[in-house]
Every structure is written in structure tokens, then in C-alpha cells.
Design a protein around this ligand. Structure first.
Ligand code: AMP
Ligand code: ZN
Length: 139
């Protein structure tokens, strides 16, 4: 999709606003998040604009994933976190604040108290099977 003139990440791709660039290739750009959870928090975006997982092409998603693996290894080596989460939000309810698809690479520290982990509790198998059946209808 063409660049969106109102999109802050499209402006970063175009060089109209600055970023702390880590890496770029023909399809993707990786740069530091300016509100980092921890040192090394970075974002990977496809250069082509798409708002979210519902709009992105599989090719752009694959390109972003390829760059994310490269960045995760470099960040892991550079800041030696206790772990790394890859995170990606779609829609306000998921906490998305910038409407250009992006993967967060979030270095974690033991006991950092970040809340996007949850306590796994066994679900009702019948209910899980019913939800799976409903999803398959849309494939
Ligand atoms: P999300 O809330 O998942 O949409 O993530 C958007 C992320 O973009 C946030 O973590 C912001 O800190 C980050 N962000 C917003 N503007 C910029 C910018 N100009 N340069 C780097 N990161 C940014
Ligand atoms: Zn954009």
C-alpha cells in the first residue's frame, strides 16, 4: 500500500522525521522505540504502509519477521536481557497506538513486572473446541 501522509512511521520511512535506525533492507526498517520498556526496545516495520495484521500482506509480514529474527539476536547480544518478547498490537483494545504495522522487540528483565504475561489456567476443552470450530469457518 502507498505511504499514508498522516502516518508517523511512513514519515520515518521517508526520512521526514528522524529515528535511531538499526537496520534497513528493501522491505523493512528497524529502529529504537523512543519510549523504551528497557534498553534495546526496538521496532521492526514493513516500509509499505498497512495498519495492522488484518491489512498486511503475507509477504510484508514475512519480511518483518525475517528482520525481527536478525534484530532479536543483535539486541540479545548487545544488552543481554533475561529474555525477549516479540509483541504486536492490532487495534485500540490490544493497545495499538500507531496505525502502521510494527513488531516490538522487548528485552525483558526478571521481575520487571510487565503485565503482558498471564497466568496459564486450564480452559474448558469443550469450549476451546467450539471456538476452534467457529474460527475454522472463516479460513
Ligand atoms: P503500539 O502502542 O504497539 O502501537 O506501539 C507504538 C510504539 O511506537 C510505542 O512503543 C511508541 O513508543 C513508539 N513510537 C511512537 N512514535 C515513535 C517515534 N517517532 N520513534 C520511535 N518510536 C515511536
Ligand atoms: Zn504508515
Amino acid at each position: 500500500m502507498a505511504a499514508d501522509p498522516n502516518c508517523i512511521f511512513c514519515k520515518i520511512v521517508a526520512g521526514e522525521i528522524p529515528c535511531f535506525k538499526l537496520f534497513e533492507d528493501a522491505e523493512t526498517l528497524a529502529f529504537m522505540d523512543i519510549n523504551p520498556v528497557h534498553d534495546g526496545h526496538a521496532l521492526v516495520i514493513p516500509k509499505a504502509h498497512s495498519a495492522n495484521v488484518f491489512e498486511i500482506t503475507p509477504e510484508d509480514f514475512a519480511a518483518a519477521a525475517r528482520t525481527a529474527t536478525k534484530m532479536a539476536k543483535a539486541i540479545n547480544a548487545a544488552v543481554k536481557p533475561d529474555g525477549i518478547n516479540l509483541m504486536q498490537a492490532n487495534g485500540e483494545g490490544a493497545g495499538q497506538s500507531v496505525g502502521h504495522f510494527h513488531l516490538h522487540i522487548v528485552p525483558r528483565r526478571n521481575d520487571d513486572g510487565l503485565l503482558f504475561n498471564w497466568d496459564p489456567k486450564p480452559g474448558d476443552r469443550g469450549h476451546i473446541a467450539a471456538v476452534a470450530a467457529r474460527i475454522r469457518e472463516f479460513l
